[in-house]
Design a protein around this ligand. Structure first.
Ligand code: NOJ
Length: 512
């Protein structure tokens, strides 16, 4: 387990929307490098970069056309190597997005695979025997290739699934067992991609749809066996590199497959859904919403189970949001955000924050861009400077922008918040500082729920510290002496052995 994860706090950067350093209307790698000091100054010591590889961008780059080449619109491979080295100079780590389940249909492997003649990449993807086969239970595309066959896809039609075989072969005429040397060799090609970037300074990978590799793999054991191969490679040759899974099942991802971290995604029953973005028929039922007034029990149930089973083997990663979900400010107002962020940065595991959430950027529903659909509203350019053209994201003409910035009057910006001690940005900074300063708040320090009742109050212990949160709109009592406070949002007082937590209050205190 790489030791640096203990105190890692990640910042997710969507490269097209972060900072445009050359004025062509789209964010780029050099723009990220130029903003490293900003990211670092907020207390983030690690970055997750969304896909930045050659791609036709039918799915924002999750349709990779060349795993080893940076997309020209973002710069060059050298720019990315430079980003790694500048990050390392600042004591920061950078992980890339690995998309192992599928490629773009423009990837050379697929272009070769879809030709009629038996090709080198005949079995790199999953083809049925004939174009008239319509395999039930799978997503497939028929009739677009010269080759007589339908191919399985993983996500959009432009994302053919790579062939890692089947755990349960139900039709041997076109399905290979996952143990087949060709399927294993297909995964070895991914290992080669990983080596390529690790050898050039990358610190690990966030793995897209990590559970999607082997088909008909109900218990995910076959898929996990592939990831074990990856983990063995890292343990042996790159012991400081990390693997973070997009899986949302800690038992499978961490215990079975060997990932170092697994994301808590916005799936039913997760913190990300019940705690941060639970709108039901227009009503906000998110735990951190002041009017929701409910016990945290429901929100924590799935998490606690996953935490218990994976404890000691890896970390769960709570994230404020990502490029696939509505921004957290869609459901939580600023005072609610402060409580949610206090929670994110004081819970066990490795926390992540999505770019722009530190200033409360808004979710802006709009026309789909590059396969974003409803997700486009969370992918708008970073808002750097209130008084600069395009809010400081780019100097390009408005019409040249790949995606417009938030033009609303009250669009939050870094420039307005950076020097304001009471701003959300500086609040985030104080939280990351608190976590860095207190080992008890870091990834593997003890964690235990102390209070979780119908009052809505949640209190949990982290080592010799405790965190108490009252998200409701009324003052709540907690049967505990809050002793010496080391961090406070809102206001909390002791009355003998009882603590009074004012509405929307969170407090971190030392246990006696
Ligand atoms: C999950 C990614 O986060 C999402 O953006 C993408 O569209 C799909 N995987 C397909 O790769």
């Amino acid at each position: 387990m790489p030791a640096w994860l203990k105190d890692a706090i990640f910042y997710e950067i969507y490269p097209q929307s972060f900072y445009d350093s050359n004025g062509d209307g789209i964010g780029d790698i050099n723009g990220i490098t130029q903003k490293l000091d900003y990211v670092k100054s907020l207390g983030f010591n690690a970055i997750w970069l969304n896909p930045c590889f050659l791609s036709p961008f039918m799915d924002a780059g999750y349709d990779v056309a060349d795993y080893k080449a940076v997309a020209p619109r973002y710069g060059t491979n050298e720019d990315l190597y430079n980003l790694f080295s500048e990050a390392h100079k600042r004591g920061m780590h950078v992980i890339l997005d690995l998309v192992p389940g599928h490629t773009s249909d423009e990837h050379d492997w697929f272009v070769n695979s879809k030709t009629a003649e038996g090709s080198e990449h005949n079995d790199t993807y999953i083809w049925t025997k004939s174009v008239w086969d319509r395999p039930e239970g799978f997503s497939w595309v028929a009739g677009l290739a010269e080759r007589d066959g339908s191919y399985l896809i993983n996500f959009f039609n432009s994302q053919p699934a790579l062939n890692y075989g089947f755990a349960d072969v139900t039709d041997p005429s076109w399905q290979m067992p996952y143990t087949h040397p060709i399927c294993q060799a297909n995964f070895d090609r991914m290992l080669d991609v990983m080596r390529f970037w690790l050898d050039r300074g990358c610190d690990g990978f966030r793995v897209d749809m990590a559970d999607s590799l082997v088909k008909n793999d109900r218990g995910k054991r076959a898929t996990a066996s592939l990831w074990h191969k990856a983990r063995r490679m890292l343990d042996k040759d790159y012991p400081e590199a990390v693997l973070v899974s997009e899986w949302c099942n800690a038992n499978r991802a961490i215990n079975l497959a060997g990932f170092h971290c697994d994301f808590v995604l916005c799936h039913p029953g997760t913190i990300n859904q019940l705690g941060f973005r639970n709108k039901v028929d227009g009503e906000n039922k998110s735990y951190f919403c002041k009017t929701a007034h409910q016990s945290a029990e429901h929100m924590l149930e799935r998490y606690l189970n996953d935490y218990q089973v994976s404890k000691g083997n890896g970390y769960m990663s709570i994230i404020s949001g990502n490029h696939d979900n509505e921004r957290i400010s869609w459901t939580l107002d600023e005072s609610e955000l402060r409580l949610a962020y206090t929670f994110i940065f004081t819970m066990p595991g490795v926390p992540f924050m999505y770019y722009g959430d530190e200033i409360g950027m808004k979710y802006l529903p709009q026309k789909s861009k590059e396969g974003g659909y409803h997700r486009t509203g969370s992918r708008t350019p970073m808002q750097w400077d209130k008084n600069a053209i395009n809010l400081g994201f780019s100097t390009a003409d408005v019409l040249e922008l790949y995606l417009d910035v938030d033009r609303s009057e009250n669009a939050p910006t870094v420039s307005e918040q950076i020097d304001d001690p009471d701003s959300l940005l500086n609040f985030v900074r104080s939280l990351t500082q608190l976590r860095h300063d207190n080992e008890d708040l870091q990834a593997d320090a003890e964690f235990e729920v102390l209070v979780c009742d119908l009052s809505g109050v949640l209190c949990y212990r982290r080592g010799n510290l405790a965190v108490a949160i009252n998200p409701t709109a009324v003052t709540q009592m907690m049967h505990m002496n809050i002793g010496e406070k080391i961090f406070e949002v809102g206001f909390a007082t002791n009355q003998g052995q009882i603590a009074l937590l004012e509405p929307q209050t969170a407090v971190v205190f030392k246990l006696k």
